[in-house]
Design a protein around this ligand. Structure first.
Ligand SMILES: [Mg+2]
Length: 308
């Protein structure tokens, strides 16, 4: 793959997270919405403001760039500092409590256990994982390790960590594919199934395969979920991408149209689609309105330099 294509995928995945999050945010908690309506709402807005998903994705990218790789303590501190600066980004109840405990001296890799017995399996560590997926797209052992360790900061349950790793791996697979070649959804899915260890995810991915041509959105939601748990959102994002592999807009609008945790499922779908199709696939009318776009693009370019 030539350098330009690869760099475009780094940009596509990070900007894709932001656009999916910002477009989806207006529909968070909705039952279902039509893609045309979602697009019209995004078109009417002057600025596409992102939420905690992209805010934390930025924190991961900043920390990976600054350390030229993963450092758990520093990543946790970056999350904390970013949160303290912009606490209004729509964070759930967990992160503020985690950051308060960290400020009080709790260790970054132990703090989440204090709040949730057995750890959280929410989708918060998968929603922000794009920088890990692109940076380690050619080193799967490292990708899994960093996905798990970055998850540990806020989501230490096995299902939370595995959800982050699965989402990171879907992004990595998408980065590795040449977008001008024929796309094979079955092959993509088989690799994901081989990668995940946990039975819950294996079953969900089997459902993704069965649904491959399903158009009934109620059935898709019933089988895959659209909730805040990692296993009820990562497979849904993967399905949204696989059922619309050739168009960033169609994939993201479809994901959001399923309702539920729309900003997060939009962000995750955008991260995979952007990683496959590159930044050129993200429609300009959305890209130029994305809040802090230039900064996110700068981070993606720096991340590409860290890789190279
Ligand atoms: Mg959010």
């Amino acid at each position: 793959m030539d350098e330009g294509t690869l760099k475009s995928k780094f940009l596509g995945s990070l900007i894709g997270t932001g656009v999916g999050d910002a477009v989806g945010a207006a529909f968070e908690g909705s039952f279902r919405a039509e893609p045309e309506e979602i697009e019209a709402v995004a078109d009417r807005r002057q600025v596409l403001t992102y939420t905690d998903d992209t805010h934390m994705m930025i924190g991961i990218a900043e920390s990976l760039v600054e350390n030229e790789g993963f450092d758990g303590e520093r990543m946790a501190h970056t999350f904390m500092k970013n949160y303290e600066r912009e606490p209004w980004r729509g964070y759930g109840p967990g992160p503020p409590r985690i950051f308060r405990l960290m400020r009080a001296g709790e260790a970054w890799d132990k703090v989440t256990e204090r709040l949730y017995r057995g750890g959280s399996y929410g989708n918060g560590s998968a929603m922000r994982i794009a920088p890990v997926g692109v940076l380690y797209h050619d080193d799967l052992a490292k990708l899994r390790e960093v996905a798990h360790k970055s998850s540990q900061i806020t989501h230490s349950h096995e299902l939370g960590k595995e959800g982050a790793a699965l989402q990171a791996y879907a992004i990595a697979l998408a980065v590795n594919l040449e977008p001008s070649e024929v796309f094979e959804p079955k092959e993509f899915l088989a690799k994901l199934s081989e990668f995940v260890h946990h039975e819950v995810y294996k079953q969900k991915l089997a459902n993704v395969g069965i649904l491959s041509t399903e158009i009934d959105r109620a059935k898709v939601v019933a089988e895959l979920g659209n909730g805040i748990e990692a296993f009820n959102s990562v497979p849904t994002a993967i399905y949204s991408f696989l059922s619309h592999p050739r168009s960033f807009s169609e994939a993201v609008l479809y994901a959001i149209s399923l309702g539920g945790d729309t900003d997060t499922i939009g962000a995750m779908t955008g991260a995979i689609s952007g990683a496959y199709l590159g930044i050129g696939s993200v429609s300009d009318k959305w890209r130029v309105k994305l809040e802090n776009r230039l900064y996110i693009e700068e981070l993606a370019e720096k991340l590409y330099e860290v890789w190279g």
